[in-house]
Write a protein that binds this ligand. Structure first.
Ligand code: SAH
Ligand code: SF4
Ligand code: F3S
Length: 480
């Protein structure tokens, strides 16, 4: 579900792809009044950040700001940042140099840093980056209009308070760059898992789940507005747990899937990301029971070796994870599974690396996001273990993993040739306006020539005729 840097494709379809990194807010409304203040926002990192930018846009909209895609026209420049790997932070620093130039040309322009890097560095950001006026963490976005008003008076504003309750449940996100067909719904925030390599528990705070009613209401509203697919978002969606304050009843993730699936049979439900420990049989049964819950699970393994998994504090070992994979395919034979993998974690040997390679073969992942280990300051791994695998080795192992995964994706896609899938049209293919693009339930992208009177948001039946490692090609089954 992540790509900090423009190196990976997909925030897994959903997956924020390479071209989306640094995505700029679409000017949904144009300022009629020349005195209306304009904000510009750019997002990096995972889907959660992109989804948060839509919340920020909504909050600023209510405070009288209008969005702009023109950096030079903005009164307020915001960058929603990611800290997951060092490269992600480097990208943000580079962008700040560009904003600095804009600010010099147009004194009075304010620059705000939002998101995970703001949370990690806090007020230090103001010392390190003199141009920054605002530093706002992921749980403090309601305070933005206040902080901006203060900054207009010349104060520097910092709010990096992490909340145990904030879910922004009542805020109707202003959809950014929407295709009108697919949307994200944030269902929980934070993470309590403490994987030793990961900065997220420090930048996003404790896990909390949003009201099931507000999630179903948002899904219903999206469906009524023509959307046909929602992705339930969180760092750890399958640990979703919400207590109804009136009845004390607990809604778990399996039940939430059932509730959202009931919004409409034509509304597809996806979710990301799942921690393997929380994918229970009940979740699998809920997926199987509802045709519109997509048969696709992003189930990051990180490593295929039990000693490394223990050092990573992933709470499962190789055998346990393999049994989980077996169980998914047993309950939902047509399910596609994808993964995240880290190479060269502290003290990883060649043999342990080979365990990761063999795990990728075992699991038959449809795709993976693959990274080499990047030590993050303050994490348990940084405090306890030496980052002792040389960069060249980390990179070579990463390449081996990418090569293997690409081969498997290609093989699996080849097996789809001749099969027929129900595809939700998302829009025109990037390469040609003569082709549609859409996904099947397994989250595989299918490109097919336009034929007849179809439009985005419609379901069609497509037969696959060819495949690469990344995409299926096909033709419409029922042209009319
Ligand atoms: N919550 C999700 C993942 C969040 S971060 C989960 O638990 O699966 C997304 C991915 O970035 C992780 O799955 C991991 O593969 C990768 N990642 C996280 N920290 C990293 C680090 N320090 N170095 C390299 N990759 C990292
Ligand atoms: Fe990070 Fe682990 Fe939480 Fe995922 S589950 S966000 S990898 S700590
Ligand atoms: Fe990055 Fe924060 Fe997401 S560190 S991956 S933007 S939760």
């Amino acid at each position: 579900m992540y790509n900090e840097n423009p190196t990976l494709q997909d925030l897994g379809s959903k997956t924020i792809d390479e071209s989306a990194q640094g995505q700029v807010y679409a000017a949904a409304a144009v300022a009629e009044d020349p005195d209306t203040k304009l904000f510009y926002i750019e997002s990096y990192g995972c889907q959660m950040n992109f989804s948060d930018s839509e919340i920020v846009a909504s909050i600023l909209g209510d405070a009288g700001y209008n969005p702009t895609r023109d950096l030079d026209a903005a009164d307020l420049i915001l960058i929603n940042t990611c800290s997951i790997r060092e490269k992600a932070e480097d990208t943000v620093r580079k962008r700040l140099r560009v904003f600095d130039k804009v600010k010099r040309r147009k004194p009075g322009t304010m620059v705000g840093v939002l998101g995970c890097m703001a949370e990690r560095l806090k007020a230090k950001f103001l010392e390190e980056e003199k141009l920054v006026d605002l530093v706002v963490g992921p749980d403090a976005y309601r305070d933005l209009p206040n902080l901006v008003a203060g900054a207009e008076e010349g104060d520097k504003g910092v709010n990096v308070f992490l909340s145990r309750e904030e879910t922004y449940a009542d805020i109707n996100p202003l959809r950014l760059q929407t295709n009108g067909v697919t949307a994200f719904i944030s269902i929980m925030r934070g993470c309590d898992n403490m994987c030793s390599f990961c900065v997220v528990p420090y930048t996003r705070g404790r896990e909390r789940s949003r009201s099931a009613f507000s999630i179903v209401a948002e899904a219903t509203d999206l469906f009524d507005r023509g959307f046909r697919e929602v992705t339930l978002l969180g760092q750890n969606v399958d640990s979703y747990k919400w207590t109804n304050p009136e009845t004390e009843e607990i809604v778990n993730f399996a039940e939430l899937l059932t509730l959202t699936a009931a919004v409409h049979p034509d509304l597809r439900i996806r979710f990301s990301t799942s921690h393997p420990k929380d994918i229970t049989d009940d979740v699998l049964y809920a997926m199987r029971a509802h045709e519109n819950v997509c048969k696709y699970i992003h189930l990051p393994v990180q490593s295929g070796n039990s000693r490394i998994l223990d050092l990573m504090n992933r709470t499962y070992d190789r055998e346990w994870y393999q049994k989980k994979i077996d169980r998914v395919y047993e309950v939902i034979p047509e399910c596609a599974i994808s993964s995240d993998v880290i190479t060269g974690f502290c003290s990883e040997t060649e043999e342990e690396h080979r365990d990761t390679l063999s795990m990728i073969e075992y699991a038959r992942y449809s795709m993976s996001y693959m990274f080499y280990y990047s030590e993050r300051p303050g994490t348990p791994a940084a405090r306890k273990f030496a980052d002792d695998v040389p960069l060249s080795v980390k990179k070579r192992r990463l390449q081996e993993i990418i090569d293997l995964q690409t081969g498997i994706s290609h093989e699996l896609n080849q097996q789809d040739i001749g099969k027929t899938f129900r595809v939700l049209i998302e829009g025109e293919s990037k390469r040609s306006d003569q082709d549609w693009k859409g996904r099947n339930t397994q989250n595989k992208m299918i490109i097919f020539p336009k034929n007849g009177d179809h439009r985005p948001g419609e379901y069609v039946t497509v037969t696959v005729t060819d495949a690469t490692s990344a995409t299926l090609l096909g033709h419409l089954n029922t042209p009319h």
